[in-house]
Design a protein around this ligand. Structure first.
Ligand code: FAD
Ligand code: SF4
Length: 464
């Protein structure tokens, strides 16, 4: 008999007033007993609607049944048939718009906590298993992967498992992409990402850091070095700005710079790490996505008294995950919705002292289907802030495009690929993840890395 409780088994969390002063993980994970109780809420539907919502086709009811029976290692094997980074996906995937959105239990009550169960299984495996020393038949064929975010890591892992001699070229001094430099420690502990990277090294993948491809080496030079195929997974790390007066004042950050300095350079561990980030008493974060929530919650943890999310539409249109919005509110982040900045005001010596804003109201739907915000007449006002973080989106960096002949891109900068394979306009060169789609999700980047790995394998089998 399934567990017919209308609600998910509660996930233990740090208390809001404690966690908003530290960078430790917010959600603490299920115990085996909690996981088994939650797994028993699954009805084992014959037509598996939840699976259709998973971009990498995880066999959800099968793994959940194994959890319900206490067969955690087998559950891990089931998940990793199609998802190579379950500890990460269990934490950051937007399950509420994917698998859990289609869960039958969600029609009347809360859906099964698929993400929570995936996270439990992955964490259990990390704590209880020994590294797999499977014997891979090496074929000696060299493949280069540019970028070490989820797209590059997945592509590299799959190709290494097929026997290829894979080298990842990463611009930063630490691999992991947004998983390391963007998403904060309190949502995704970096030790978990490092564990996945170590697993790749264990498979024989070489990682060369501080290698900005397009500057240190071109794609042509990689080909001359004997790489028979190349995967580009360079993400979308170029921050967008609003183009309003005052964006060049001291105290204005792009979310990218702000979060990178915190995550990668460990600004929150100052003075142990000598790279602090200065946040004022009052901080405005412009934007309403996951990146904005991460920046706001990080600013609070760095000691800001008042942190505002400034967003020009209403709560309904906020693009961030519901869980992130809920957590941000619990931690004391103040939401100034239907508000749009028009100017950042500075002191005589060039530091932020306020932000001029207007109130908005929602008009007719625009081309995205969302109601267009229009300015309310006479609503100009000044918000008293000393730090402004701009989190209104990122675009692909143009460096590789501008240094590679014959690589076709869209006007907005994304690399053009054949959807089914990830093949670009340049023979032997494949691409996937945010550099193709624009800023998207971890699981979609992983899916693209997987697709490209299979296509590269077919291409090399045909041409060599
Ligand atoms: C703050 C933040 C929070 C997010 N939260 C979520 C979330 O909760 N859930 C979710 O699903 N998604 C989230 N996302 C989006 C998600 O992280 C991205 O969609 C995903 O990481 C894209 O993966 P990728 O491999 O394409 O690129 P990235 O992760 O961006 O990795 C690209 C890598 O390529 C490297 N690189 C760039 N140019 C070069 C070059 N020329 N040479 C060598 N290396 C290069 C970069 O340094 C980087 O390491 C978030 C993003 C951000 C920024
Ligand atoms: S839709 Fe929900 S209840 Fe049905 S199999 Fe999937 S997880 Fe279980």
């Amino acid at each position: 008999m399934p567990n017919m409780s209308p609600k998910k088994v509660n996930m233990p969390e740090q208390e809001p007033d404690i966690r908003n002063k530290n960078f430790l993980e917010v959600a603490l994970g299920y115990t085996p007993e909690m996981a088994q109780e939650e797994a028993q809420r699954c009805l084992q539907c014959k037509n598996k609607p939840c699976v259709a919502g998973c971009p990498v086709n995880v066999q959800i009811p099968e793994f959940i049944e194994l959890v319900a029976n206490g067969q955690f290692e087998k559950a891990y094997e089931k998940i990793t048939e199609t998802n190579s980074l379950p500890a990460i996906c269990g934490r950051v995937c937007p399950q509420e718009t994917q698998c859990e959105k289609l869960c039958i239990r969600g029609i009347k009550n809360e859906p099964v906590g698929i993400g929570r169960l995936e996270r439990f299984v992955a964490d259990w495996f990390i704590q209880n298993s020994k590294p797999n020393s499977k014997d891979i038949q090496k074929n000696g064929i060299k493949v280069a992967v540019i970028g070490s975010g989820p797209a590059g890591l997945t592509c590299a892992g799959d190709l290494a498992n097929m026997g290829y001699d894979v080298t990842i070229f990463e611009a930063f001094h630490t691999p992991g992409g947004v998983l390391m430099y963007g998403i904060p420690e309190f949502r995704l502990p970096k030790a978990l990402v490092q564990k996945e990277i170590d697993n790749l090294k264990h498979l024989g993948v070489k990682i060369r850091t501080n290698m900005v491809i397009g500057k240190v080496l071109s794609l042509e030079e990689l080909e001359q070095e004997g790489y028979k195929a190349i995967f580009i997974g360079t993400g979308a790390g170029l921050p967008n700005f609003m183009g309003i007066p005052g964006e060049n004042l001291n105290g204005v950050y792009s979310s990218n710079e702000f979060l990178t300095r915190i995550n990668l350079m460990k600004a929150y561990l100052f003075p142990q790490y000598g790279t602090p980030v200065k946040v004022g008493k009052n901080v405005a974060v412009v934007g309403g996505g996951n990146v904005a929530m991460d920046a706001a919650r990080s600013a609070k943890r760095l000691g800001a008294e008042n942190v505002y999310i400034i967003y020009r539409r209403s709560e309904k249109e906020l693009p961030a995950r519901l869980e992130e919005i809920h957590h941000a509110k619990e931690e004391g982040i103040i939401f100034k919705l239907l508000t749009n900045p028009t100017k950042i005001i500075g002191t005589d010596d060039g530091w932020v002292k306020g932000m001029e804003c207007v109130e908005m109201e929602l008009g007719e739907p625009d081309s995205s289907g969302r109601r267009r915000p229009v300015v309310k007449k006479g609503s100009e006002h000044v918000v008293d802030v000393n730090t402004v973080i701009i989190a209104i989106g990122q675009s692909p960096n143009p460096l590789i495009k501008s240094t590679t002949k014959g690589l076709d891109t869209h006007d907005w900068g994304g690399i053009i690929v054949e959807e089914a394979t990830g093949a670009t306009s340049k023979e032997g060169v494949y691409a996937g993840g945010d550099t193709v789609t624009g800023a998207a999700t971890v699981i979609l980047a992983m899916g693209a890395g997987k697709t490209a790995a299979n296509a590269i394998d077919e291409y090399l089998k045909k041409t060599l």
